[in-house]
Design a binder for this molecule. Structure first.
Ligand code: BG6
Length: 503
């Protein structure tokens, strides 16, 4: 048995194959398809989760043949799948499920014909993945309908940018909903597909320990950090979007929802999304005068990250964008106005070119009401629960213990440490692996409902407006740091500090 066969045997008991499908990927030659979708499908194929009956149909304007598209799929695997998982025979079988249709949705005269590719058998799930710019969502849905490819049980997958504000988001959703009903629309926020993010649900709702203390009586504040070391200036889209729209409006607010929501009655998609929506609608608006007090935006200068010298955002931008005031860093203080969370701030921090890639949620508990250890060395510190999303996935609970040995009562803080890498030896699936097959399973639990998306924009828009009208510029920070000093001041004004991992 070779390495791959052994792996397949070891995971196969937990692999539940999905129904056969026809996955039509619009934007089949684009970056998302190459980097994420093909590698994710390959992994699921390799684990035996879908069979050779399933088909992947690439659609795009480029004039490719089936063989050329299959070659592109091979290249994507060679480039984006770890070497250990590249197995020639598996790749051959996988790409044999690929075919291609040339198509330009924006011009009916250039519409391609998918009819020979799509199977009418109702057992074959039909899914359309729109890995294309949102202004093409409308024309693509129209194409699907007019060509007769629509079925009431078909699914459509879309992803950000789902608008740049509430108005444009409504327009995009309106276009899609002309053809597809809400129970057919799968809006991806890939953070929801991450194992550690799903684990938040397990942590909160499969353990009795946390719920009784999960409220303002016991929690002092929450920190959500999504730090990246990559830059952004060479990505055309980013300078139109900025960190607030790119990360806060979607990924960070989704994380906030999972931390703050009430326990849903079940893991049914709508039960869960109803609860998330309530959180979004309870967010206290940050408007006008509050914006400068509650938010900080930054932009990176040049600097050095792990010994590598990197240019500033301005230096990366093309000539016609120089002088851009777009933020590459955001810190803010969010407040949820409901019984559970009143008075508990949620501090967000996200940025590009920060010191390292590190995403985590820190739940800072309140201090004990009274210490009996007046004479001990070291005062009791409040407990802290650290949910590490990436990398070094895991959960740590910082606890006070007695320093062992003689010498009197000495207190010290030590972590109860659940490291996923140490506990689970198997590879952790990428977010897209889970999400792509959830579409086939018909499970919308990890996808955003339209009202959630719109509630997020309602909260984000006034911040964006205030920044756009502001005469000042984002605070500059050196690449390789944790952002501008104003972000430190934001939390320190409240007598708190950003968590630093020294445990
Ligand atoms: C994307 C953003 O949605 O998420 C990117 O557009 C960001 O700017 C990325 O880099 C982060 O995702 P991950 O999975 O690498 O944390």
């Amino acid at each position: 048995m070779n390495y791959i066969e052994r792996r397949q045997t070891s995971v196969s008991s937990r692999i539940i194959p999905v129904q056969p499908f026809d996955y039509v990927v619009f934007g089949a030659t684009g970056d998302l398809t190459k980097r994420k979708l093909i590698p994710a499908l390959y992994h699921r194929f390799m684990d035996g989760q879908f069979d050779e009956q399933s088909r992947i149909i690439g659609v795009s304007r480029s004039k490719l043949t089936d063989a050329e598209f299959q070659k592109a799929a091979r290249d994507s695997i060679a480039q984006f799948v770890e070497k250990d998982y590249q197995d020639e025979k598996t790749v051959d079988r996988f790409v044999s499920t690929f075919s291609y249709v040339v198509n330009d949705v924006s011009d009916p005269a250039k519409w391609g014909d998918l009819s020979a590719k799509l199977r009418d058998d109702p057992k074959v799930v039909r899914a359309f993945y729109l890995a294309i710019a949102p202004d093409l969502f409308g024309p693509t849905c129209e194409y699907i309908k007019k060509q007769g490819y629509y079925r009431r049980d078909a699914r459509v997958v879309i992803e950000k940018p789902l608008g740049h504000d509430l108005k444009s988001s409504i327009e995009i959703n309106d276009e899609v909903s002309k053809i597809f009903a809400e129970d057919q629309v799968y809006r991806i926020d890939h953070y929801l597909g991450k194992e550690t993010v799903q684990n938040l649900l397990a942590l909160r709702f499969a353990n009795i320990l946390f719920e009784p203390v999960w409220n303002s009586a016991h929690i002092d504040h929450v920190q959500i950090t999504v730090a990246e070391s990559v830059g952004a200036g060479t990505r055309g889209y980013y300078d139109e979007s900025g960190a607030l729209r790119d990360m806060v409006q979607n990924h960070m607010l989704q994380l906030l929802c999972l931390v703050a929501m009430e326990p849903p009655a079940s893991d049914d998609a709508n039960a869960l999304r109803d609860e998330k929506l309530k959180v979004l609608r309870s967010l206290k608006p940050i408007r006008n005068g509050d914006v400068s007090r509650m938010t900080v935006r930054g932009q990176y200068r040049n600097g050095s990250i792990s010994g590598e010298v990197v240019p500033s955002y301005q230096d990366e931008l093309p000539a016609d964008r120089k002088g851009s005031k777009m933020e590459t860093f955001v810190a803010l203080k969010a407040e949820i106005e409901n019984w559970r969370w009143s008075g508990v701030p949620f501090y967000f921090r996200t940025g590009k070119r920060l010191a390292s890639r590190a995403s985590e949620i820190v739940i800072q508990f309140r201090n004990i009401p009274h210490s009996i250890f007046d004479h001990a060395e070291g005062a009791p510190k409040p407990n802290r629960l650290i949910i590490r999303i990436q990398p070094d996935e895991g959960v740590k609970l910082l606890m006070m213990i007695k320093d062992p040995g003689p010498g009197g009562m000495r207190l010290r803080e030590e972590p109860l440490n659940l490291s996923f890498a140490a506990t689970f030896t198997e590879r952790t699936p990428e977010a897209y692996e889970r999400l792509l097959l959830d579409v086939i399973r018909g499970s919308q639990t990890l996808f955003m409902r339209r009202d959630e998306l719109e509630a997020a924009w309602v909260w984000v828009d006034p911040i964006r407006d205030a920044w756009d009208k502001a005469t000042d510029s984002p605070h500059l920070y050196h690449a390789g740091t944790w952002g501008p000093s104003a972000a430190v001041a934001l939390i320190e004004r409240d007598g708190r500090t950003w968590h630093e991992d020294d445990n």
